[in-house]
Design a protein around this ligand. Sequence first.
Ligand SMILES: [Zn+2]
Length: 296
Amino acid sequence: MRLIIRPNDRYPHLGLDRRPLAIACGEGWLGILHAFFTEADKVMAVGGSFTVLEVMEEKGVLHMHYAIAQIAPDARRAIDDACRLAAARSFHICEVCGRRGRLHTFGDLRKVVCSEHADGELGKGVPFEDPLNALDPYFPDVDPFIAARPTVTEFDAAPIIEGWLIEEDSEGGRRPWLYGWFFSEPVTRDGEHGHTSPIVQMDDMVPPRWVRTDTRLYRLGMCYPPAEREIRYWAQKLSRRPVPYGERPGGSDDMEAMLAFLRSSGRLRSTKIDRLEQAYREEQGHVNEVGKVRAT
Ligand SMILES: [Zn+2]
């Protein structure tokens, strides 16, 4: 599979902004690449030139080739270390989905996959038993980047957050957390709105399917654009009942009916509802615009 990364403002010191970067590996490794580029970007902030020549999956694991010039030896070493770490991590992360994985053989092919993706379009994979990287010992269980990633079994057993929203603490500097409607959660009643403890790590896939917080792992359900979500939130809250499992927060997809309900409830100021409605219309206009661009 071929991915395109548009470096935009994410890695301003890597000189990648001239053209999109084509990457020959599965999107399950996006998090590994992001961690590497972030580290390289930090090192390159002092100057010098960095050119990515190739990023690819080869014999099942991640390979990166790049050229660096005009930098101090210790800066070069830091980037090479980050590259080795990225390769070591790729032995333990499913290239398809980003959950915990291990190297498997599929006939002549090798792939790092999770237990779910070990049986897929390539056939049934056999776990690779030989030592992985004996010359460069690496312990995945003490690398928080790997340890936070769910196994398939843990993922399947995790509670769900529907209609989730990331909340950032703009002043206090605390780590972000999530709001949403919880299901199968040990503390919160099914269908109640609540928030998580701070986020440890979140799935890099788009849309993300899991999040690890200080207390536990959650699966992520639907998410809505901000104004739509807020209308759903108020419609649900004013109905004074939890969300039944399988139902959308707010009761349906009829946003006009929800807005009418908010107006008839008399519980919110009409200027607030006007603002929400206007934000929702703008949001929809934007969604349609993006849809059109994608369709052409
Ligand atoms: Zn997988």
